[in-house]
Design a protein around this ligand. Structure first.
Ligand code: INI
Length: 163
């Protein structure tokens, strides 16, 4: 039996990894805080600043296409997606949040590149603020650490498979 990773690890060495971040501009007062959290998480994981690329898109609905394009480029070990879909009075929330989540999952399955779902889908602005603060429970920070963990896992599996 070979265990390919440590299932209990809480910190990861991301030095040498290249990471892309996609951030939605809609509700960017939240997006900017998630982005700051993502950079803090990547820094703790020792991902070099010059190995991080950042792109912005109009809203969460556009995130999957940008994430898939970045993943398909072959330049990145993982992609982090960030944004905030805040429930309003219309059904628009359900379409935007649902399609964003579905598109991100489809993109990571199709490309084989980990794509982290750091897009908040919440009922209120307060819930979004609560999830984008300065602590390690900031969802951008969590997505960043998850991106490093998944990149190491997927790279490790790919490297261990003999074709
Ligand atoms: N985009 C978001 O990122 N968050 C939202 O809360 C949101 N709402 O509520 O409408 C939102 N809509 C814009 C959408 O993502 C697209 O940019 C737009 O529909 C153009 O395709």
């Amino acid at each position: 039996m070979t265990r390919l990773n440590d299932g209990n690890a809480l910190s990861f060495d991301g030095s040498g990894l290249s990471i892309a971040i996609v951030c939605a501009r809609f509700n960017d007062h939240i997006g900017k805080e998630l982005l700051a959290g993502a950079y803090r998480g990547l820094e703790r994981c020792q991902v070099a600043r010059d190995h991080i690329d950042e792109v912005w898109v109009p809203g969460a609905f556009e995130v999957p296409l940008a994430a898939a394009t970045l993943a398909r480029s072959g330049k990145y070990d993982a992609v982090i997606t960030l944004g905030a879909v805040i429930r309003g009075e219309t059904a628009h929330f359900d379409f935007v949040a649902g399609e964003c989540a579905r598109g991100i999952q489809t993109a990571q399955i199709d490309t084989g590149v980990p794509i982290m779902f750091g897009v908040l889908t919440v009922d209120s602005n307060q819930q979004a603020l609560d999830r984008s603060g300065p602590g390690v429970d900031n969802k951008g920070d969590e997505a960043a650490v998850g991106a490093v963990e998944m990149a190491l896992l997927v790279n490790g599996i790919n490297d261990s498979v003999e074709f």
